[in-house]
Design a protein around this ligand. Structure first.
Ligand SMILES: [Zn+2]
Length: 580
């Protein structure tokens, strides 16, 4: 039952009891006393029920599962346990057609969009890295050297803060709404998965791939809270030394049970490509290797639960906000592919992890006092070799080959100018060197056009839209082109946005291995598709098929809490969540 209707009924019940007591005034004395005792009991029970629940939830718990494509929970529905995804599907509101509408479906962009309720065009997180004109270098989305890691010497490019995020988040708005009476925390394996959801006013913690602790920067704290020091001293990650990631069930019960070892899978961190995956305790990559096994999410959940307990979230007068991003699904998808035995086992394990987390929340705060939101930062594409096996003529493209080879040569031949006018490629943009262009007879717009025309000659590249055309609005308003516009920020986006065709692998050349198994970062539906669940706090059980976007989440929470939406919000309130 929706909470508000519960309140109405409880109030109606009280009113009828008061009416009853009035009508009893003329009756015999003894029954009146009995009735009063009985009625006052009833009334106090009714009041107790009302005062126990507040109108607003005690806690907002927004979970992001990195790379959890929209179909994954449904794909394995029959084999899910109790209390995890099935709780969300069966007792929550499940939107089965939620798609992002920005072209570069990357982790920081998705996380920023989920919590600011808007596109990169407004919140400024346009890519994983972008070329900063003023600084004259490529910067990382959460980089800010004014804020070194706590307890560490400042190091170039190692400072972390949410200062590149230009919009407020829903958590920021909650904090502003009551003059910092609410509290906001954010936890993830990835720094960007914690920092961007945490917004400007939250406290963010993320996993150290070098020592297995959770760390933070001086943006958030001068020194770690005692409970964080204590958690880190316990060295939970070390308990996974020399363990094995084994299948939860017999391989024959899995959709991909017969396909454990396929040529495109990567032996990352020495984990191997088949079950059981051995975690090598003496490897220098030990702590890093945990992020590509379900153990990474288990460690994250343990830290998050400790945080909720120690910071007494959901215990105060005001609504608190907790963001948790589970990153393992993303690493596993990249290393083994989204349609692999590893990815399948991982979804079943994420299901168990959620069930355990929801049980914890129920015991600590109450699911009826907690508004739960679950979604993802992006979907995922299949490995191109897997698609080739199904008859698709697709392949692998690396941006370095295209930019350093095809485009530079093409520009030199076509315009008779040096290839140095191409500065670099940072997905999804080609950045030009404007100073070099000024030395030629061509305008920046002319070089942009020439670059775009050269790029699309490459097999597998289907789109290249220039900065000038985006500013002037001179492009065909197709869905993909509109998503490129939504991704475009005047001061951060590059000169040409490049789009590979469907199912083509298009990314950087990897330094550690030849390639990874599979990649996202495209505007195609497999990459834009994410799950979207609202649950807890009296949310109705329903499955909604109408198309929605994850940008809708922030404004829906704002309406739910009766506060203003984030500054750049473009989402539409989800009426199914808000209706009484
Ligand atoms: Zn990824």
């Amino acid at each position: 039952m929706k909470y508000y209707s519960f309140v109405k009924e409880a109030r109606a019940e009280q009113k009828s009891q008061i009416d009853m007591s009035a009508s009893l005034k003329t009756g015999p004395i003894k029954p009146i006393i009995c009735c009063f005792v009985f009625l006052s009991l009833l009334t106090s029970m009714a009041f107790a029920q009302v005062t126990e629940k507040s109108e607003k939830p005690k806690l907002i718990l927004q979970i992001t599962i990195d790379q959890m494509r929209g179909d994954f929970p449904m794909r394995y529905k029959d084999r899910l346990g109790e209390g995890g995804f099935r709780y969300l599907m069966e007792q929550g509101t499940h939107y089965i057609n939620a798609h992002f509408q920005h072209a570069d479906t990357e982790t920081p962009i998705g996380h920023a969009a989920l919590f600011t309720g808007t596109y990169p065009a407004h919140n400024g997180i346009v890519a994983g890295n972008w070329f900063d004109k003023d600084k004259g270098k490529v910067i990382y989305n959460c980089e800010d050297d004014r804020y070194p890691m706590i307890g560490k010497e400042p190091a170039k490019g190692k400072g972390r803060a949410p200062t590149n995020l230009l919009s407020s988040t829903i958590g920021d708005e909650l904090i502003i709404s009551n003059n910092s009476q609410s509290r906001m925390f954010s936890v993830s394996i990835k720094d960007r998965g914690a920092i961007l959801p945490g917004g400007h006013t939250g406290k963010a913690f993320w996993y150290s791939k070098s020592n297995g602790s959770f760390e933070s920067s001086t943006y958030y704290y001068e020194d770690y809270p005692d409970w964080v020091k204590h958690w880190n001293d316990n060295k939970l990650a070390d308990k996974y030394k020399d363990t094995k990631w084994e299948l939860l069930d017999d391989a024959s019960t899995y959709v991909f049970g017969k396909d454990d070892d396929r040529p495109f899978e990567i032996d990352m961190f020495g984990l191997g490509t088949t079950f059981p995956h051995q975690v090598k305790g003496d490897s220098k990559y030990f702590y890093a290797s945990l992020i590509a096994t379900p153990f990474g999410d288990e460690i994250t959940a343990d830290f998050a639960k400790t945080l909720i307990k120690e910071e007494k979230l959901g215990k105060g007068e005001y609504t608190d906000f907790m963001a948790i991003s589970f990153s393992v699904t993303d690493y596993i998808g990249h290393v083994f592919g989204p349609s692999s035995l590893e990815a399948e086992d991982n979804v079943l394990r994420v299901d168990r992890l959620l069930a355990d987390l929801f049980k914890f929340i129920d015991e600590q705060i109450g699911l009826d006092q907690t508004l739960i939101i679950v979604s993802a930062d992006h979907g995922m594409c299949e490995a191109p070799e897997y698609m080739q096996g199904l008859g698709f003529e697709v392949g692998r493209l690396t941006s370095e080959t295209i930019v350093k080879g095809t485009i530079k040569n093409g520009i030199e031949e076509r315009l008779g100018i040096s290839g140095d006018v191409i500065r670099l490629y940072e997905h999804p943009y080609v950045y030009l060197n404007e100073e070099e262009i000024k030395k030629t007879k061509y305008s920046i717009a002319e070089v942009e056009s020439a670059v775009a025309e050269e790029i699309i000659k490459t097999k597998g590249i289907i789109g290249a839209v220039t900065r000038t055309d985006l500013i002037k609005g001179s492009f065909a308003p197709t869905e993909v082109n509109m998503s490129i516009l939504n991704n475009f920020h005047l001061k951060r986006s590059g000169h040409v946005h490049v789009v590979a065709d469907q199912f083509w692998y298009f990314y950087y050349q990897m330094e550690t291995t030849t390639d990874i198994a599979a990649i996202h970062c495209s505007p195609w539906t497999y990459d834009t598709y994410v799950p979207l669940f609202f649950a807890g706090h009296g949310i109705s059980s329903q499955r909604i098929t109408r198309p929605v976007t994850p940008y809708d989440i922030a404004i829906t929470i704002a309406n739910y809490l009766e506060i203003k939406p984030p500054s750049g919000s473009i989402g539409v309130p989800l009426v199914e969540v808000l209706k009484e």
